[in-house]
Ligand binder design. Structure first.
Ligand SMILES: *Cc1c(COP(=O)(O)O)cnc(C)c1O
Length: 521
């Protein structure tokens, strides 16, 4: 390169001091990186070792006060060692410990150790899946992992998919494609180019009353509005009621509406219930509707020979949402969207000169940005790849089966305990129940104000008291408009004895709190 002869008045910039301290490259960079990761690891391991129980119990006001004092963007930095000390004291100490056997609240898993090692590599290499030239091996490996997922659900060749940030994104992607495909095939309308067709106010999608709220959220985001979602009642096991579904479809047709998709749930968030997928696939194929299966939670059954029959018919779905950061034990975020007929991705196709010009497509270069609603995207596929290869499918299946067995066993104990009420037989690994002693039941019968229902109040208070004590972290939900408690069992190290302790804690708090509630009534 020839330099301009007269550079006298151009300042040649030199790297700033932070470049050496805070970035990889060169011997100092490598040493700084190794030191940083070692320190982070040491703090993490110490916090696991020194703190007991799932949560310290600090409330949100105390945490706000604490962080009020904390500088966020100081002018000058201090040593990383000092910053990490602060983080350990102020943040790690008041984090939920997802690996604690008493952490049984949400679909919020303890991450598998191999995935945590992979996570270090994902962030350290910082590949971006939006173009091959930002993530060469990662792009091709993600394609491989997606193919393996398609095979896991018995999808035919030609199926395709992409990693997502989770069920919310996968459901949105499924319903976006469903809507655009319907408008193309029925109205000869490209929604991408021309927006919604004049018939848009009649577009409807169906799901059960127990489906995840993201079906409605997607309808909102797609410009259809939440009222485009028709919810069908469920049976006693919280699965979509097929007779009511048929009646609803007939009504929609009689009213000249345009139902375009059925969202089936394979593992509802509260009950783990699985809609009858084969029967829904029959309805969808009879009417040429899109069947999307939200298997965010229950998709993990596919790896277990014993649990797999629960998903019978899933291979007939047009699209599937599956979360790896739930029952597949992957650190957040990690999910996948799978599409039975990969050609339908043409509805999303987009070529940008700087990322994926058309001539690259012609040459077969991976083009993952056209399969996603994101642009920059993490290499999350590495995490299940490393986990499956280290633990094995059978090893992971044992974990999934174990937590489902544990749910059945704890449900049996709840059924046998007179002061507890089991709300539904477990289908997967959640157990929904209430504290309901005779005394509380009698108080409820005397009370005529539904807003002051003593059973609901006591169950709410039990959950709040346990959160404040940090002894057991369980979740709350509502069944038939009455508050209930929920165990979500994901941790393969949780034992029956841990769960007996948790039930004891519920009973203890229940006895104490019912006295207060009844006396104040
Ligand atoms: C968790 C969940 C979702 C939402 O998925 P995210 O990964 O949290 O975005 C959707 N549907 C079901 C059934 C879920 O359990």
């Amino acid at each position: 390169m020839t330099r301009p002869t007269d550079t006298a008045d151009v300042d040649i910039p030199t790297p700033p001091p932070a470049a050496e301290r805070a970035f990889l490259g060169g011997a100092e960079g490598k040493a700084a990186y190794a030191d940083a990761i070692d320190r982070a690891r040491t703090h993490l391991v110490e916090s696991f070792a020194s703190i007991e129980g799932p949560y310290a119990g600090t409330d949100h006001e105390a945490l706000r006060d604490r962080f009020e004092e904390q500088p966020v963007m100081p002018e000058d930095g201090e040593s990383l060692a000092a910053v990490l000390e602060t983080v350990a004291d102020d943040v790690l100490a008041d984090s939920v410990r997802v690996h604690d056997p008493g952490c049984v609240a949400h679909l919020h898993c303890p991450p598998a150790i191999p995935a945590l090692a992979a996570e270090v590599l994902v962030s350290g290499t910082n590949q971006s899946l939006d173009s091959f030239d930002q993530a060469p091996a990662a792009s091709v490996l993600e394609e491989r992992v997606v193919d393996a997922c398609c095979a896991l659900f018995d999808y035919p060749t030609g199926a395709d998919g992409v990693f997502t940030g989770g069920g919310t994104e996968s459901n949105a992607l499924g319903l976006l494609l469903a809507r655009d495909w319907y408008c193309e095939t029925r109205f000869d309308r490209s929604v991408r180019a021309d927006g919604l067709p004049p018939e848009w106010t009649d577009l409807r999608l169906l799901c059960s009353a127990d489906a995840h709220f993201t079906a409605k959220q997607a309808a909102h985001h797609l410009g259809l509005g939440e009222n485009a979602v028709v919810t069908v009642p469920t049976d006693d096991d919280h699965r979509i009621d097929l007779e009511r579904l048929d009646a609803t479809l007939a009504e929609l047709e009689a009213d000249c509406r345009h139902p375009f998709a059925i969202v089936a749930t394979a593992g509802t968030t509260d009950f783990g219930s699985i809609d009858p997928l084969d029967a829904l696939a029959d309805r969808a194929s009879d009417r040429d509707l899109w069947l999307h299966v939200d298997a965010a939670y229950g998709g993990a059954c596919a790896i277990s020979g014993r649990l797999r029959p629960k998903l019978a018919g899933i291979d007939r779905a047009d699209s599937i949402a599956v979360d790896f950061h739930k029952l597949f034990y992957q650190p957040i975020s990690c999910g996948a969207f799978l599409l039975r007929d990969g050609d339908r991705y043409r509805l999303l196709e987009r070529n940008a000169a700087y990322l994926n010009p058309e001539r690259d497509d012609a040459a077969g270069v991976p083009n993952l940005v056209s399969k996603s609603i994101r642009t920059t995207r993490r290499f999350d596929a590495l995490k299940p790849f490393v986990t499956f290869n280290a633990v094995g499918r059978a090893g992971l299946a044992d974990c999934v089966e174990y937590v489902c067995d544990l749910a059945d066993a704890v449900a049996a104990e709840i059924r046998a305990e007179p002061s507890l009420e089991l709300c539904c037989d477990p289908e997967l690994s959640t157990v929904v129940f209430r504290y309901r002693s005779d005394r509380l039941q009698q108080a409820a019968e005397r009370s005529d104000s539904p807003t002051e229902d003593p059973i609901g109040r006591v169950n709410h208070a039990i959950r709040d008291a346990l959160l404040a004590d940090g002894e057991v972290l369980l979740a709350r939900t509502e069944v038939d408009d009455t508050p209930a408690l929920k165990f979500t069992l994901l941790n393969p190290r949780t034992t029956m004895s841990d769960l007996r302790d948790a039930l004891e804690a519920v009973l203890d708090r229940g006895h104490a709190l019912e006295r207060e509630v009844i006396d104040s009534a």
